[in-house]
Design a protein around this ligand. Structure first.
Ligand code: AMP
Length: 286
């Protein structure tokens, strides 16, 4: 595995590979790698001749400087996990490489999608993500780019980015990886205490119950029965809704493309999750 800090060097290397006829898959991450990331690596490994990942904590997408500084950074562990996962090139830039002095261009998406759910709660989030992923996709000219369905709204915003800017990349959504209690793996989970884990597992149990009963529940019943039940667990709920894939409009739970979406706090830790109510893998709908 080769490690690159320079965007020019990794760009040149990948262009050499592509000129030689190789297919390249790219997985952008913020590091603090776990099994959820590894599922993306495995899929990209299967589909491509070369696997590139990036580990970069993108400060502008956080709500505050403190939140960005507090994000876990464990490069040595990430390096080892990437090596064990068969990664060919690991891009690990510093802030100056991504935002050189004088940098002043931001990619802004003004769609209704960005003005709902995550976009309302975390005001800088989507513009931070579109800008950094835009930069990363230009630095790493791969044919396929892999994203987790865990961050479903983000995946949809990035698809729109590529469509709007005519970037001919294939974006591939990979299903959510969960622990034995159904809790979606996340770099933030390591800050959960035992009560937090209990809350997270309880939330997932309720999500599964909603999925089991999706054909018989109305939207109103979901809100009136399950919002109090989730709050009773101690989860500080920010939103719970059923939306249609891929437009994210409010959906009827029996709708075949309906996805239950949820976010909130278990103690100090923000959890965000979703569960397609009738499918296991949303890629089936692509
Ligand atoms: P992050 O490092 O949190 O920015 O995540 C990098 C990529 O990994 C994103 O596309 C995430 O959606 C994806 N990812 C993170 N956790 C999971 C998970 N538990 N299952 C599937 N994909 C995930």
């Amino acid at each position: 595995m080769e490690i690159f800090e320079s965007s020019e060097k990794i760009y040149n290397r990948i262009m050499e590979d592509r000129t030689g006829g190789l297919e390249v898959g790219f997985v952008p991450t913020m590091g603090a790698l776990h099994e959820g990331h590894c599922a993306l690596f495995r899929k990209a490994r299967q589909d491509n001749d070369k696997l590139v990942i990036s580990c970069y904590v993108n400060a502008p997408q956080f709500d505050s400087c403190e939140a960005a500084v507090a994000y876990p950074r464990e490069f040595e562990k990430d390096r080892q996990l990437a090596l064990d996962s068969g990664v060919d090139y690991l891009f690990h830039p510093d802030d100056k490489e991504i935002y050189p002095s004088g940098d002043s261009t931001t990619i802004i998406n003004n769609s209704p999608l960005v003005r709902s759910y995550e976009g309302v709660i975390r005001t800088n989030f989507f513009n931070g993500v579109t800008t950094v992923v835009g930069k990363l996709m230009n630095i790493v000219p791969a044919q396929r780019v892999y994203f987790g369905q865990k961050d479903l709204q983000q995946y949809l915003v990035l698809k729109q980015l590529c469509r709007d800017l005519h970037w001919r990349r294939q974006l591939i959504p990979v299903p959510v990886v969960r622990d034995e209690n159904g809790v979606a793996l996340s770099s933030r989970n390591r800050r959960l205490d035992s009560r937090g884990w209990q809350i997270a597992a309880g939330v997932h149990k309720i999500m599964k119950e909603i999925k089991r009963r999706a054909d018989e529940l109305s939207r109103q019943e979901i809100f009136s029965r399950y919002v109090p039940a989730i709050k009773q667990l101690g989860f500080e709920l920010q939103y719970l809704d059923v939306v249609r894939f891929p437009d994210y409009d409010p959906a009827w739970p029996a709708d075949k493309t309906a996805v239950l979406i949820i976010a909130g706090y278990a103690g100090e830790v923000r959890l965000k999750d979703n569960l397609p109510l009738h499918l296991d893998d949303l890629a089936e709908l692509e």
